[in-house]
Write a protein that binds this ligand. Structure first.
Ligand code: UDX
Ligand code: ADP
Length: 464
């Protein structure tokens, strides 16, 4: 007969992977559920040391305070993965799942090697039944594979797999976790699967209203995560595609987005045209979705979602081409300042940032590029290390723009709106161009100063 589940372990939560998702999620669970013990483990000792220090490995508003309060009370960080597995009844898995860079599905499918290693470690170190929760974004039906690995144990143990995707965005992670639009808990249809889902729902119910906790089957939960990100990205590609049309027709993309977004069925969010979306999730999740559609022979559906990524790449390409064309068809030997390198404001993260492509393309065109970003300079240097000798990484915006022919805004940092653009204009070569890739500046004021102003989805304003 099966051993009954050790109930004391139901209050012992473990998270494997102390990264961007695991760290903040566990900090919030520990803060909201004082009767649970929450352990976070990682194979990266440096990361764990940082979680145990004053300088946490990631910056998120509100996170320091949460960790400081719970750490040592019911929140613990360590590298002892094996012992922690044995001692916990509920195990969140939040290890990295990058896009595969080799073999079948390279460039599209998720690389599940870390996930699989973790599943095998769980099998090896467990001596009683456990609930295992997918927290990393994973391709649909991964749970099935994981379930098979976990059930392959010859110790007679039962593992219930739950899909509980995260929806947090960078810069608002704590707020998103504390006030989620919804929490998804996907489980198998079996009795023990449903019981496991109820236990996970009970954790979130400490601070999330029950009606926002959706109990679904595992596949719906996994797919909902990919589709949410794909649809957000699709809105951005939709508005960016229309921005190209606006530039040809004298319509203004911000006016169009406002008018369209006021339709309550459409809504105003995620309709800001720009240089394209970046970040660690959107492209990866869409490519996963595309791979999944192809796997099931749904070529038309795969092509539909592929276009969202293609339009994003088109938007980045279009931005650079527009710079070249506007500057008399050549940027060779011209100095160009890029203000902003992060994929969005309020973060130093540059993963998939449009700025990477734009900087590389300008260097390829023999422009002399200089870059300034308030938070992302170290990442910018590392992203461009193979061409670092051809780029000036400036210490401040004044140094960055000095003697340049053009300034391009690539990230919507608020501080860029507060600069003295008269002074910037005076320090530049003439005619001075400004390419506002985020539509955050007052273009009429810039035009009056004397700039040639190029915005996204608006007709250019030329002094010369
Ligand atoms: C996203 C999702 O929002 C989050 O739910 C998911 O869990 C992870 O992926 P994140 O990557 O942190 O979060 O950033 P987000 O704020 O969504 O922005 C993504 C990109 O889209 C940024 O490059 C941003 O500049 C761009 N964007 C966003 C636009 O270009 N226009 C918009 O209107 C909104
Ligand atoms: P995410 O954004 O999904 O949180 P991160 O890359 O920030 O991804 O974090 C994933 C973490 O998982 C990393 O700190 C990595 O060291 C950790 N990790 C990967 N494999 C294992 C493993 N087998 N055991 C424990 N931790 C792991």
């Amino acid at each position: 007969m099966r051993k009954p589940k050790t109930s004391s372990k139901d209050r012992k939560i473990l998270c494997i992977g102390a990264g961007y998702v695991g760290g903040p999620t566990m900090a919030v669970i520990a803060a909201k559920c004082p009767e649970y013990t929450v352990r976070v483990v990682d194979i990266d000792k440096g990361r764990i040391d940082a979680w145990n220090s004053k300088n946490l490995p990631i910056y998120e508003p509100g996170l320091d305070g949460l960790v400081e309060k719970a750490r040592g009370r019911n929140l613990f960080f360590s590298t002892d993965v094996k012992k922690a597995i044995d001692e916990s009844g509920i195990i969140f898995v939040s290890v990295n799942t990058p896009t595969k860079t080799f073999g079948e599905g390279a460039g599209m499918a998720a690389d599940l090697q870390y996930w699989e290693k973790t599943a095998r470690a769980i099998v090896e170190c467990s001596h009683d039944d456990k609930i295992v929760i997918e927290k990393s974004t994973l391709p649909v039906r991964t749970a099935e594979a994981m379930h098979r690995i976990l059930q392959s144990n010859n110790k007679g143990l039962n593992f219930d797999i739950i899909s509980n995707p995260e929806f947090l965005a960078e810069g608002t992670a704590v707020r998103d976790l504390e006030n989620p639009d919804r929490v998804l808990v996907g489980s198998m249809a079996s009795r023990s699967g449903k019981a496991a889902a109820a236990k996970i729902a009970d954790i979130y119910a400490h601070w999330v209203p029950r009606e926002k906790i959706l109990l679904t089957n595992v596949w719906s939960s996994e797919l909902s995560k990919l589709v949410s990100n794909a649809m957000l990205a699709q809105r951005i590609s939709s508005i960016n595609s229309v921005s190209a049309l606006c530039e040809k027709t004298d319509a203004d993309i911000d006016e169009v987005a406002k008018a369209v977004g006021m339709d309550s069925r459409i809504g105003p969010k995620f309709l800001k045209a720009g240089v394209g979306f970046g970040g660690s999730c959107f492209k990866k999740d869409i490519l996963n979705l595309v791979y999944l559609c192809r796997f099931y022979g749904l070529e038309e559906v795969a092509q539909y979602w592929s276009k969202v990524v293609e339009i994003n790449e088109y938007q980045e390409r279009r931005f650079v081409l527009n710079m070249i064309r506007s500057m008399f068809n050549t940027v060779a030997g011209k100095k160009i300042a890029l203000l902003g390198f992060a994929f969005k404001a309020d973060t130093g993260d540059t993963r998939e940032a449009p700025a990477i492509y734009i900087a590389r393309k300008l260097v390829e065109e023999h422009a002399e590029v200089s870059i300034y970003d308030p938070k992302a300079m170290e990442n910018a240097k590392s992203d461009l290390k193979d061409i670092a000798g051809r780029i000036n990484f400036a210490r401040n915006h004044i140094e960055c723009v000095k003697n340049t022919h053009a300034v391009a805004i690539l990230t919507e940092w608020r501080e860029f709106t507060t600069y003295d653009y008269r002074r910037i204009f005076d320090s530049m070569e003439k005619p001075a161009f400004i390419f506002d890739g985020r539509n955050i500046l007052d273009r009429n004021a810039l035009f009056k100063i004397g700039f040639n102003v190029h915005s996204i989805g608006k007709s250019p304003m030329r002094n010369i």
